[in-house]
Ligand binder design. Structure first.
Ligand SMILES: Cc1cc2nc3c(=O)[nH]c(=O)nc-3n(C[C@H](O)[C@H](O)[C@H](O)COP(=O)(O)OP(=O)(O)OC[C@H]3O[C@@H](n4cnc5c(N)ncnc54)[C@H](O)[C@@H]3O)c2cc1C
Ligand code: FES
Length: 507
């Protein structure tokens, strides 16, 4: 949320603007009745909706209009221009929809309207049980209700909290720049109002696919008409001497994050093991808390495999310029107040955070006999090999139309898969085809990555990486597979459209 929010700028749409001032395909931000409003034009049609993205407040007028939708420049949420509906995560709330009147050569915004469609599902299972109350599970529960499903929904999570903003845990929240109330995705009342039963702090232990029933860690059993597995991933644990010391932390949950924050309050030095996205975001956030931060990693250029050499180097340089010290090597041993590397280097510290990757939580699916292979195998509709059981998020390995069978660990993908799985539970038969998208922040370097590049895909830089104004375009057999951008938000959205349409991307 550190990015600048939309404000009341531009023309007053109550006073009207000339139709000629909104070019075909353009969006203009202004205001009406004290709220930021955007007017978009498609041929002879004009639309007016709220101008501020309901995710983190991104300025929608600076995004990209695609058919009758607008895509947010910050994290690619999508809104329907005709209704204001948030049609694709990470935004979960709609923006307002406004009435437009044309008088002569001018258009006026005359008040709010409710254009939301009333939906009725084609098929309604007797009940839906969702295992995992994280990004995918939470988004699925909401989407079932949005689609008009009236049956029983039970959202079960091992975490004591209802769905929360996990990406924030390595960013503003960890840095101490986010308010507590930003973290839950919804207030508790929301689930009551939506008649979504929630069971927290409870694990699903078994699935009986013959009886269509799950058993919980508190001994209860629950039948289901349809089941969604969204059990996410857990951090890979260190396996070196000292790994079980109380000074060693991991970061996946809110509780994990609060533990790190408590330790940081009384600490001067931290060692981060792992130059992963999470490891480096933690480095940034703990520098914001003025700790001395040392990162131990195996790569001379961190993140090079995903972002390419230039962008990986920029991330490293940016961390170094902000005081993060990198140590190439492996941690060999942890003691109470230090980490020893395999070359004998000893790094003094007050605590350690390990960010060495995650492993998908597939044990439950495996024990139920579902097909798995580094993830739960699903078809394009996100259904497993057992009809009526779906999987979404970090555990799902699905057939991406461009990259083949993939599994990714991205927030937006998990939420969107939850949304698609929900619609397919109601027999929508909607394939999951959107290109994967993730973002990652490192001080003032904000990376947007769309698509999915293989390890051998060739990166080409367009623009000036050091000026933080560039895209890295990945190609395989002369086809664009992914685009990573900094300072080029709209370009990244255009790359998303090109990937969707199977076209080459030319910045
Ligand atoms: C600190 C951090 C920062 C991140 N930052 C970004 C980012 O900037 N951008 C990005 O794209 N991605 C980011 N990610 C990744 C993103 O958060 C994940 O990809 C996403 O949360 C996956 O969603 P999910 O629903 O699959 O799993 P989760 O959100 O992990 O939810 C799974 C839930 O299932 C529960 N569960 C597991 N097993 C059981 C069981 N047997 N019974 C009941 N409940 C169970 C877990 O407790 C958990 O709450 C970040 C991740 C972390 C940890
Ligand atoms: S602010 Fe719009 S998608 Fe995040």
């Amino acid at each position: 949320m550190s990015e600048e929010s939309s404000q009341l700028t531009g023309p007053d749409f109550e006073k009207g603007i000339r139709t000629a001032d909104v070019a075909d395909g353009a969006m203009v931000q202004g205001h009406a009745f004290g709220e930021a409003v955007l007017i978009a034009r498609r041929g002879a049609d004009f639309f007016a909706i709220g101008a501020t993205c309901t995710h983190y407040g991104g300025p929608l007028a600076k995004g990209l209009m695609v058919d009758c939708t607008v895509r947010c420049p910050w994290h690619h949420a999508r809104f329907d221009l005709r209704t204001g509906e948030a049609i694709a995560a990470p935004a979960l709330n709609d923006v307002s929809c406004w009435k437009i009147e044309k008088r002569g050569e001018r258009i006026f915004v005359t008040g709010k309207i409710d254009n939301k469609p009333v939906r009725k599902p084609a098929v309604s299972p007797s009940s839906v049980v969702i295992v995992g109350a994280g990004a995918a599970g939470g988004a699925a529960a909401e989407m079932l209700r949005r689609q008009g499903y009236e049956g029983r929904i039970t959202l079960i999570g091992k975490d004591p909290s209802l769905p929360y903003d996990r990406p924030n845990l390595s960013k503003d929240y960890l840095a101490g720049n986010a308010q507590e109330e930003w973290i839950p995705l919804r207030p508790d009342d929301f689930y009551r109002e939506q008649k979504i039963d929630t069971i927290t702090g409870t694990e699903v232990r078994t699935i009986d696919t013959k009886k269509s029933q799950v058993t919980l860690s508190d001994g209860r059993s629950l039948g289901y008409g349809a089941l969604l597995l969204a059990t996410g991933a857990d951090p890979v644990q260190l396996a070196i001497p000292g790994h079980d010391l109380p000074e060693v932390c991991y970061l996946r949950t809110l509780v994990d994050c609060q533990r790190i924050i408590e330790k940081a309050k009384n600490a001067k030095r931290v060692v981060i093991i792992g130059d992963s996205f999470i490891g480096l975001e933690v480095a940034w956030s703990l520098r914001e808390r003025k700790l001395e931060v040392a990162v131990v990693g195996k790569h001379s250029v961190p993140l090079e495999k995903v972002l390419g050499r230039e962008l990986g180097s920029l991330v490293k340089k940016t961390h170094e310029a902000n005081g993060v010290k990198f140590h190439l090597g492996r941690a060999a041993k942890i003691e109470e107040r230090n980490v020893q590397l395999d070359d004998g280097t000893r790094l003094d510290c007050d605590f350690v955070v390990a960010g060495i990757g995650v492993r998908p939580n597939t044990a439950l699916a495996e024990s139920a006999g579902l097909a798995t292979k580094d993830g739960v195998l699903v078809n394009e509709f996100l259904e497993t090999n057992v009809p009526g059981i779906f999987a979404a998020g970090d555990i799902a390995r699905w057939p991406d139309p461009r990259a083949g069978q993939i599994r990714v660990e991205h927030w937006v993908v998990a939420q969107r898969q939850g949304q698609t799985a929900a619609r397919n539970i109601l027999a929508a038969r909607e394939p999951f085809v959107v290109p994967p998208f993730f973002w990652s922040n490192h001080f003032d370097v904000h990376i947007h990555y769309v698509g999915h590049a293989g390890a051998d895909d060739r990166p080409t830089v367009s623009g000036d990486v050091n000026a933080k104004d560039a895209s890295v375009i990945f190609q395989s057999a002369k086809k664009t597979t992914a685009v990573a951008s900094i300072g080029r938000d709209v370009e990244n959205l255009k790359a998303e459209v090109a990937l969707e349409e199977g076209e080459e991307f030319h910045p």
